[in-house]
Design a protein around this ligand. Structure first.
Ligand SMILES: [Zn+2]
Length: 286
């Protein structure tokens, strides 16, 4: 495996690149251990609120600002909220892989990872008619075989790692097209500031969340800093956290702040990946 860095150069002479992204985890994740609401009823409903209620509110907000976004969606969520998830695609946004039930790839053997990807691929195709190009690792980490698993499924890019604020290429071997990594950052994960759940407790010990005003200020600094330096930035926002009536006002203010600049390329992950591949001489990204 070889890593290749690049100087960020964006289309239309834009200075920086912002790829809004949401992880529509629904009730999946480390805390949902059964198939049924009765495994962990309160958490299940807390998570379900994401696709069931918050998603529509978010899509309306994105419409208002005419901003494109990427939604990384566990296939379980697509199966259980198909109408809501179809809206993502109908309104022009991108859907990317995020496991079947938010499995941590780090602890899965290669064969198990392949099974999760195959099942997810079928479900995204059957319910949404789309073939996902992007992948965000659920629960944050890769297994040593994940790169080759993604290559088998023709995945163009991942948005899973943290070590840069520019896209970079990950070469599996000399014969295959490299994977584009679009790194994210904890500072733009809404869990870090304003998540609040019980069973499992988050934050641990049930400390308070940050104030929404302070959070808006922090996120705005992150955006301005990245754009000023001509970098790439993505979000790790979760509809069940940020798509609530009070928090959507925070997001509205953030988008207002972002749209006040005219030197930013707002793009879906797949467009950024295609652009990077083109710049690096891998054809039109196909
Ligand atoms: Zn997730």
């Amino acid at each position: 495996m070889k890593i290749e860095r690049m100087a960020p150069l964006w289309p239309d002479n834009k200075r920086g690149c912002m790829a809004l992204a949401f992880d529509l985890d629904g009730p999946t994740g480390d805390a949902m251990l059964t198939d049924s609401i009765w495994g962990n009823p309160e958490y299940y409903t807390f998570g379900s609120y994401g696709p069931f209620r918050a998603l529509g509110r978010l899509l309306d907000l994105l419409d208002d600002f005419k901003l494109p976004a990427t939604f990384f969606v566990p296939a379980y969520v697509v199966e259980h909220w198909p109408k809501q998830c179809a809206e993502i695609v109908e309104r022009g946004h991108e859907v990317g892989y995020h496991g079947y039930k938010h499995e941590s790839f780090y602890v899965l053997e290669r064969e198990e990872q392949l099974r999760v990807m195959e099942k997810s691929k079928q479900i995204l195709w059957n319910f949404l008619g789309t073939e996902a190009q992007g992948f965000r690792t659920p629960s944050g980490d890769w297994h040593k075989d994940t790169l080759s698993v993604l290559a088998e499924f023709g995945v163009t890019y991942s948005s899973s790692m943290r070590g840069d604020d520019r896209p970079y290429l990950v070469h599996l071997n000399e014969n295959s097209r490299p994977l584009v990594e679009l790194p994210g950052k904890w500072e733009l994960d809404d869990y870090a500031s304003i998540a609040y759940t019980r069973a499992p407790n988050f934050p641990a010990g049930q400390d308070r969340t940050a104030s929404y005003k302070l959070t808006l200020e922090n996120w705005s600094y992150e955006f301005d800093g990245a754009m000023d330096e001509g970098l790439f930035l993505t979000t790790l926002f979760h509809p069940k956290i940020t798509g609530k009536p009070g928090r959507i006002l925070l997001l509205e203010k953030l988008l207002e702040h972002m749209c006040a600049r005219d030197d930013v390329w707002f793009a879906r992950g797949k467009e950024v990946a295609d652009w990077v591949l083109k710049v690096k001489g891998y054809g039109d990204g196909q």
